[in-house]
Design a protein around this ligand. Structure first.
Ligand code: DON
Length: 576
């Protein structure tokens, strides 16, 4: 088994700590052509996460001599406490780890799996229609969680800390509490109707008298603390075979859920090869199936490599046009071909080949939008705004970690496991409940992503690491459902094509096209004359809510730069 050796010793006490708090002020910074303008730097490492407590904890782990994997796993558990809308132990995700010394980039797949008793039509009614309520807000919405096994595997294979050490900050935060920020309080309010239905959810998210927590209140999670302590004491299998597994199985049995103790005992994460592509001399590594992210970011980059994007200009009408044309072709392929490669054949080599990109580029008319229905057909629903979380961490030993994990919607199914204090995911909604029927993100799926026992549902999560000449350069990724792949694409393009510093690269306005619906979705900040030009080419342009939260790290000339996404008020990038 491949093992990265730790090359980090304890840090000298006098080693200066450079704590960088990157905020939306970064959005204002000038974008310079040519040489990048970097507002902040650090010498020994950087952690960018969506919660300042997790960033601090990750920075401290590296400060104390841990490596980037130690920092990532510790931050992953801390986010399960500080940001329960997406940080989790009841969900799953993907982690990419790049080690400059060995030259290897590995992907840890800890995506949830369908229970053994799952079946293709489980979310359809008697008339054969998909019923979204069933795949989103019931006990059957949950896939078998992978986070505890995945983080423990990463630590075991590539870290230096014990699991108990990596869990300690999370346990402390759950037991002794932390002061609630505005975003947390607002999030609970938005999901309160879902929590009202379940006693354990009420107990976790409301005060004992049923009233709401306020900004600044100290928030403690005793049931979650007890669960984390059991895992620290007995190891990761406790979650899958110990008291925690019994609590999950009892919760399922009580509410008619299909997931059993056996499903939990059978769960294993997988180490996979990431998808690899190149873009203008850079090596791009991103998540392989069961995520669609890696396949399609490489496919879109291959198409876009044929244009001089830098000269065409950032978010000019011409640039947005070719991006949208690349995006719709990639998302049409996603719907047809992508699924869990343990179950279906995915033509990955073809999708990511330069020759295929050349053929797709040939179809693109530089002056005119190709209507999506002439690319393929579908019946999409409107988008939903939801939550996942991405973090990027790099250290000066040459390790970089890119991790995206989720419980799907904000607060997943809204169902807390009674006695265990954590939320169940609603990841089963990422399967196609019925071929041709869109999921919550308007994504169409087909045969390749139908529900099958023990299969992993297709994801868009795109943890990505860009290297140049063997060195880690950019660590990025994002939440955002269907927008994840295009968000990550734009961070890569902003750095490589537009020469932006990493804070600008994550802050500037983004666009998105996912084939169906046939529209370019834009954030605030695209100029009206650009929109006019796009419309004159035949595009429908729709301004909607902000997309993604691409916490990123850029490494240049041995210096680390953090990009904390201003789209999340708790985002922070901290260097050492
Ligand atoms: O795996 C996926 O693609 C989705 N479950 C991710 C959901 C998500 O990003 C929600 N957040 N913004």
């Amino acid at each position: 088994m491949l093992r990265f050796t730790s090359r980090r010793g304890p840090r000298l006490a006098l080693c200066a700590v450079l704590a960088l708090f990157a905020t939306s002020a970064g959005a204002q910074q000038a974008i310079l052509e040519g040489e990048r303008f970097h507002p902040q730097e650090s010498r020994h490492g950087m952690a960018a996460t969506s919660h300042y407590l997790a960033s601090q904890i990750a920075r401290d782990v590296m400060q104390d001599g841990g490596n980037a994997v130690d920092a990532a796993v510790t931050a992953g558990f801390a986010l399960a406490v500080t940001q329960p809308r997406s940080g989790n132990i009841g969900g799953g995700g993907f982690m990419l780890i790049s080690d400059e010394d060995s030259g290897k980039v590995v992907a840890i797949d800890y995506r949830e799996k369908a229970p053994a008793a799952a079946f293709e039509t489980m979310f359809q009614n008697d008339a054969g229609e998909a019923v979204p309520e069933l795949s989103r807000y019931t006990h059957n919405a949950s896939g078998v969680p992978g986070t505890v096994a995945g983080l423990a595997l990463a630590l075991d294979e590539y870290g230096t800390l014990s699991l108990a050490e990596a869990l300690a900050p999370a346990i402390d935060l759950a037991e002794n509490g932390f002061a609630l920020p505005q975003r947390f309080v607002e999030g609970i309010e938005q999901a309160s109707e879902r929590f009202e239905q379940w006693p354990a959810s009420r107990a976790k998210f409301f005060k004992p008298d049923g009233s709401r927590y306020q900004v600044g209140d100290t928030y403690r999670q005793p049931a979650l603390a007890a669960t984390l302590k059991r895992i620290a004491e007995h190891g990761p299998r406790e979650f899958y075979e110990g008291e925690t597994a019994e609590l999950i199985a009892a919760e399922m049995e009580k509410h008619g859920g299909l997931m059993t103790a056996e499903d939990l005992a059978d769960y294993r994460p997988a180490i996979r090869e990431p998808v690899h592509g190149t873009y203008r001399g850079y090596d791009v590594y991103a998540m392989s199936p069961p995520s669609s992210g890696g396949a399609h970011i490489v496919q879109m980059l291959n198409i876009l490599e044929g244009y001089d994007i830098g000269a065409m200009g950032f978010n000019s009408a011409r640039t947005i046009h070719v991006m949208a044309e690349a995006m719709k072709r990639a998302y049409a392929d996603r719907a047809e071909y992508l699924g869990d490669t343990d179950f279906v054949d995915v033509p990955l080599a073809g999708i990511t080949s330069k020759a295929y990109a050349d053929a797709l580029r040939e179809q693109i008319d530089l002056g005119r939008a190709t209507p999506s229905d002439s690319i393929a057909a579908g019946d999409p629903l409107p988008y939903e705004s939801n939550e996942t979380t991405h973090f990027s961490i790099a250290d000066d030993s040459g390790l970089a970690v890119s991790n995206t994990y989720t419980i799907n919607f904000s607060y997943g199914s809204g169902i807390v496991v009674d006695g265990a204090g954590f939320l169940l995911n609603n990841e089963m909604d990422d399967f196609s409940a019925k071929p041709g029927t869109p999921n919550a993100y308007g994504l169409i799926g087909g045969e390749a992503n139908k529900i099958e026992p023990e299969k992993r549902m297709l994801s868009s999560m795109t943890p990505t690491i860009v290297k140049k000449d063997g060195k880690n350069v950019l660590v990025t990724g994002s939440p955002g459902g269907s927008r994840i792949i295009t968000t990550t694409l734009q961070v890569v393009m902003n750095v490589i094509d537009h020469g932006m510093n990493v804070q600008s690269a994550v802050s500037v306005p983004r666009i998105h096209h996912q084939w169906l619906p046939d529209e370019i979705r834009i954030e605030e900040g695209i100029s009206p004359d650009t929109i006019g030009l796009l419309e004159s080419m035949g595009h429908t342009v729709s301004q909607q809510a902000a997309m993604g939260a691409a916490q990123s790290v850029l490494i240049e000339d041995g210096r680390f730069y953090g990009g904390a996404d201003p789209r999340r008020s708790t985002s922070s990038a901290l260097g050492l």
